[in-house]
Design a protein around this ligand. Structure first.
Ligand code: AMP
Length: 192
């Protein structure tokens, strides 16, 4: 595993803890000799992770849609910048380039990216590890929603293992390295 794709808020969030953990994650990524693939922005938690990987001597690959994000959004220190024509192309390229995925706290953009990669895990399109950095319990309600989906019969119990929840950046990376995809159960109860 060499490249981790990070999805993260384009804002820093209301508590300094979010940015602190984003910086720690960047240090661990560089320390473990991983390359960072991400959305290419210099702002928010996205920018903080990239700054931190670069400051620790690591490599950062940004993927940006042309003409979508106005102003000086592009991180000036990127090791590589890939410009694409749409958000769809961006996700496809980020996904292709990475061997693992991590979501930090964020908003709708972050959820959308995280949910795409994890819904593709449940269909067996890829077997790459997906983790969330559960800073200050930020992702607890999402874990709860997944359990609710299992209880309500919309999600298989085994698929709860498709996302690794971890608060500590170093432990999270270690868990991604040691990840074994859960045994897949058939998704559709009516057809089983
Ligand atoms: P959000 O969580 O809503 O702030 O959205 C963050 C996610 O959406 C990131 O992982 C990016 O891929 C994308 N995104 C949102 N805003 C920006 C921005 N200003 N520059 C680059 N990507 C962005």
């Amino acid at each position: 595993m060499k490249r981790v794709c990070v999805f993260a808020g384009s804002n820093v969030g209301a508590s300094p803890e979010y940015a602190q953990k984003a910086v720690q994650l960047g240090e661990v990524i560089a320390d473990k000799d991983f390359e960072l693939v991400y959305g290419g922005s210099r702002i928010g938690l996205m920018g903080r992770v990239a700054d931190s990987v670069l400051a620790a001597g690591g490599k950062v690959i940004g993927v940006m849609p042309r003409n979508l994000f106005k102003g000086e959004m592009i991180h000036p220190g990127l090791t590589e910048l890939h410009e694409v024509d749409s958000m769809h192309e961006r996700k496809a390229l980020m996904s292709e380039m990475a061997d693992s995925y991590i979501a930090l706290p964020g908003g709708l953009g972050t959820y959308e990216e995280l949910f795409e990669v994890v819904s593709w895990s449940q269909l067996g399109i890829h077997k790459k590890p997906v983790g969330v950095l559960n800073v200050a319990g930020f992702y607890q309600p999402m874990a709860e929603m997944f359990r609710q989906a299992v209880l309500a019969g919309f999600m298989q119990q085994t698929n709860l293992g498709l996302i690794i929840f971890e608060e500590d950046p170093e432990l999270l990376i270690d868990k991604l390295i040691n990840y074994m995809p859960p045994e897949q159960t058939y998704k559709w109860n009516e057809l089983a």
